[in-house]
Design a protein around this ligand. Structure first.
Ligand code: HEM
Length: 419
């Protein structure tokens, strides 16, 4: 009766026939994108609660008799509320899950070659989403305005300043003056709660529109089987009701995991670090920025090159060129590994020795640069660590390539066993 009333006005049946009957592939790795999406929903909901209590100002106010920045005081007060501390931890752990799932989703798309024609556009939109997700984490980091977050953000300030030719201008634009300026926290707050979520929502919408238009790649298929079914047709379960039940269950499972994490895993205790002071603590950034931090540690402090009036020092090499080259490689992948015809099935990574072993080598490189972030604790000299990084990454590439080639030959000869 109610659905008939709505149907007569909004033609819901047409919408149902067009979208809700669409097929969704049955494969667990296709849920990684949804994990990212649902973590974002949790982040928005917990963020709205935190936004009601947070004060984006560095003006001094009294907290337990000491004069501290208002932003810092407001976060200490949130931590003192029983629900406040849990929501703050939910926000933090959802962010970690979102970043990890976006990276895992990217790896799934890469290793199954789902970036190839016609999905190059969604690969590029996805890279924008990765950048903006990291931007959300970066701007959120400063907001508690503790000694810890100010020290971490100052590393990023010096990196932005080191961008050749335009560094000063970028640093002033992003940090609203010489960091830490009075306007830095309001600017980061504005970016964190307004600009970045708006861009993220728009890009996710675009990502989904392109996905609906192009359909998913199909697991368990190959070119012959797809062509026999007329190319683009996809076998899967309908979005309504089967996939929707799976998605809703996934959302609540994720919520359960994140609440469990928030209950038992505390965050950096900002009260222990205290408000910003001239004494700089020994600190490392969160895991997703550790490869950059570790790479910076490997570069000799006095290394400097001058090009057309610009001084290129360690910060620019480690903090600008290293992530820049990584980003350039990611952008170039679908255009280097080109396909003349549309690929609407997922490729078996074991059958693509070069691309799969290259991906493994990059993963090994990122792991080793992450370890480099701990050379002070491990008591390894930067020069020795740089050699380990190169040797391990190269070995990962060569060994995995040779193993996959051998596997490929065994498949051709019919020697492999499938169960
Ligand atoms: C906030 C970040 C992101 C969200 C919420 C998101 C969401 C999704 C969802 C729900 C799907 C459909 C299910 C699936 O194939 O897993 C999808 C597909 C896809 N995504 Fe993302 N994604 C994000 C970031 C990325 C990134 C970083 C890349 C790669 C650079 C990427 C590239 C793609 C591609 C190429 C597809 C189509 C895959 C296929 O048909 O096999 N996405 N995304």
């Amino acid at each position: 009766m109610i659905s008939k009333w709505f149907d007569e006005r909004l033609e819901l049946q047409k919408f149902k026939d067009k979208f809700l009957n669409k097929a969704f592939p049955v494969h667990p790795t296709f849920l990684l994108g949804e994990v990212a999406l649902f973590s974002f929903v949790t982040l928005v909901l917990s963020g709205i609660f935190l936004g009601l209590l947070y004060e984006p100002s560095t003006g001094k106010i009294s907290l337990f008799g000491a004069m501290v920045p208002a932003a810092y005081a407001s976060v200490v007060k949130i931590d003192l509320l029983p629900l406040g501390v849990i929501v703050r931890r939910i926000h933090h752990w959802s962010a970690m899950i979102m970043i990890a799932s976006v990276i895992a989703h990217l790896a799934r798309v890469y290793f199954t070659s789902a970036y190839r024609k016609p999905r190059e556009i969604n690969w590029l939109i996805g890279l924008g989403l990765l950048g903006i997700t990291l931007g959300a984490a970066f701007t959120g980091y400063l907001l508690p305005y503790s000694q810890f977050s100010v020290t971490a953000t100052s590393i990023a300030y010096y990196i932005s300043k080191s961008v050749p030719w335009v560094g000063d201008w970028i640093a002033r634009l992003l940090f609203a003056g010489e960091f830490p300026a009075h306007a830095t926290v309001p600017r980061f707050f504005f970016l964190h709660v307004m600009v970045i979520p708006a861009v993220l929502v728009s890009l996710v919408g675009l990502h989904m529109l392109v996905l609906i238009k192009q359909k998913h790649t199909e697991p368990g298929a190959n070119r012959k089987r797809k062509e026999a079914r007329g190319g683009q047709r996809l076998i899967g379960i309908p979005v309504w009701p089967e996939q929707s039940y799976i998605s809703v269950s996934l959302f609540f499972f994720l919520l359960f995991v994140v609440v469990l994490m928030a209950t038992y895993i505390p965050l950096n205790p900002i009260e222990t670090f205290g408000p910003p002071s001239p004494v700089t603590p020994v600190m490392r950034p969160d895991w997703y920025f550790l490869p950059i931090y570790g790479f910076l540690k490997l570069i000799p402090g006095d290394l400097s090159i001058s090009i057309a009036g610009a001084k290129i020092g360690p910060e620019a090499i480690g903090g600008v060129f290293f992530p820049g080259i990584l980003a350039f490689i990611l952008v170039a992948i679908p255009f280097l590994d080109r396909a003349s015809e549309a690929h609407n099935y997922i490729e078996n990574p074991l059958h693509r020795p070069f691309m799969t072993s290259a991906g493994i080598a990059v993963a090994a490189f990122l792991f080793m640069t992450t370890v480099s972030g701990y050379i002070d604790v491990l008591h390894i000299a930067p020069a020795s660590m740089a050699i380990y990084v190169v040797v391990v990454s190269a070995a990962a590439w060569v060994i995995s390539y040779l193993l996959l080639r051998r596997y490929g030959r065994a498949v051709k000869k019919g020697e492999h066993v499938e169960s």
